[in-house]
Design a protein around this ligand. Structure first.
Ligand code: SKM
Length: 500
């Protein structure tokens, strides 16, 4: 079940939003009466209930806005129980003061906005003694290791447990809880009101994660990177899983630079079947693979890991083929044709020197293009240029290179920094050049806008993103990707940012 959290300053707005959430299909609503500016009028609130309720009056130190005195708050919780709310949220330090009554289920909760204590298991044991129907643990999890510990409480607990690791590192706990028996998860409904960092919106859980289909047999996949919140891999892979009726889900894991080994250790117990790899890990993952396809060896970059039945990590590079196909088709080649590449003898400027740049520079060079690499940090471009056997220029010289094709492999211009561009307008002196931006979110980056304004042919990263994902999907499932569904999902997600 998905429980939407609703907290508004006025009774009328609270009731209105609750009705809208019910209409949208929410199973449950957590009414955060602490957000009301006047004393909660329970009779009015509970008169007509469009969904069952979790009744919550959250105190300040637990992340709420309750301003009244504590005795009054406890009285309110008792009254809500007497009026027959379906669930009541009782913090573990007060649960002992409030008796079970009627059919109301008791959620005994623990909140910690600072960290996830080492003895969190003891906290669960304390909660178990407080006559719970459900235990809810919501702690701040600065690291993935913390988040993983919180999620695991759901696996080991004696009572149904809702494990919530707050923060970007913990998004996966809000989704996978269902696999370990969490009776429901919390979601935002009004995007203007953020109740906790990392809390997904109702529509995202329902549509992007197929949340209601997750059960103990669901197979888990991931996409790892930092930042990762912008990634549309979950939306398109999950849409494809749903289309083919596969019990699989793919979620984001925020893995900071240098954090790959702990990610692998901390998530071993989850039994991930595979994961997509994005910036900044495409190169660093390679020494941690047990097997790699040729394209990974050749390009020195890996964006797809499949975990086989023996637990071995096998690395693939689907960016490489996707980028070359996108670029060549964008330059007029017929899809799948064996003819000469339009890249032969072209002068190509590659911006960036990370994993994608390495794959693309290698591919370009194999197709007979003359590549020049340019990166903000010269040491990296020098090393990559030596490896590929091509030229490099310094970052300050980038606008002076005379190129037929420009490929942006840096994340500059990526959501949310949509006004940034890796090249100034002065770089587009010639008309008719090709500009390929590997950034896909937004579809129309500032670089592509500048390119179009100067009569260049603009190729967006959307096509490459879809192609690499379709190849990944085949590796993850053994089945052909439903490309139309993936494309439609991607367009829908990018919709609000599109300008055409
Ligand atoms: O290579 C891809 C990766 O597979 C997934 C991704 C994303 O989710 O944003 C971007 C590219 O790096």
């Amino acid at each position: 079940m998905i429980c939407v959290t609703i907290g508004r300053g006025r009774h009328s707005s609270l009731i209105e939003e609750w009705q809208a959430a019910a209409k949208a299909g929410a199973d449950l609503a957590e009414l955060r009466v602490d957000c009301l500016r006047r004393d909660p009028d329970l009779k009015r609130i509970l008169a007509e209930r469009p969904t069952p309720i979790v009744f919550t009056a959250r105190r300040g130190p637990d992340g709420g806005l309750w301003r009244g005195n504590e005795e009054k708050r406890l009285q309110l919780l008792r009254e809500a129980i007497a009026l027959g709310v379906e669930y009541v949220d009782l913090e573990h330090d007060v649960a002992g003061k409030i008796r079970r009554f009627g059919k109301t289920k008791r959620i005994v909760s623990y909140h910690n906005l600072k960290n996830t204590p080492a003895d969190i298991q003891d906290v669960v044991e304390e909660c178990e003694k407080l006559d719970p129907d459900i235990i809810k643990i919501a702690t701040n999890a600065p690291t993935l290791a913390d988040a993983s510990r919180v999620l695991r409480l759901g696996e080991t607990g004696k009572f149904p447990t809702i494990p919530i690791a707050m923060g970007e590192s913990g998004v996966f706990t809000r989704i996978f809880g269902a696999k370990f028996g969490s009776p429901f998860t919390y979601a935002g409904f009004n995007p203007e009101r953020v109740f906790a960092v990392g809390m997904p919106q109702f529509g995202e859980l329902k549509n992007d994660y197929n949340y209601r289909r997750i059960d103990d047999r669901t197979e888990i996949y991931g996409v790892i990177g930092d930042p990762i919140g912008h990634s549309l891999s979950p939306a398109i892979h999950n849409a494809a899983f749903r289309e083919l009726g596969l019990n699989k889900v793919l979620v984001p894991f925020q893995v900071p630079q240098g954090g790959l080994e702990s990610f692998l250790t901390d998530t071993t117990w989850l039994g991930l079947k595979g994961f997509s790899v994005t910036i900044p890990h495409k190169e660093a993952i390679i020494p941690l693979l047990q097997q790699k396809e040729n394209a990974v060896e050749r390009t020195g970059a890996c964006n797809t890991v499949v975990v086989d039945a023996e637990g071995r990590r096998c690395g693939f590079n689907t960016d490489y083929r996707a980028a070359m196909d996108s670029l060549e088709v964008g330059m007029g080649s017929v899809e799948g044709s064996d003819g000469p590449s339009p890249l032969v003898d072209k002068q190509v400027l590659v911006l960036g020197a990370g994993g994608v740049a390495r794959s693309i520079a290698r591919g370009l060079s194999r197709r007979g293009a003359h590549v020049t690499i340019c990166n903000r940090h010269d040491e990296r471009s020098t090393a990559l240029a030596e490896e590929v056997g091509c030229r490099m220029v310094t970052w300050s010289q980038r606008a002076t290179v005379i190129a037929d094709v420009i490929v942006n492999c840096t994340p500059v211009g990526m959501h949310p920094n949509v006004d940034d561009t890796p090249l100034p307008p002065s770089a587009f002196q010639r008309t008719g050049i090709i500009v390929f931006d590997t950034v896909y979110h937004p579809e129309h980056t500032m670089l592509l806008k500048l390119a179009r304004e100067r009569q260049a042919v603009a190729i967006s990263g959307v096509d490459m993103f879809l192609r690499q994902a379709a190849l990944q999907f085949k590796l993850y499932t053994g089945q052909d990707a439903p490309l139309d569904v993936m494309r439609a999902t991607l367009k829908r997600k990018l919709g609000p940012l599109r300008e055409d």
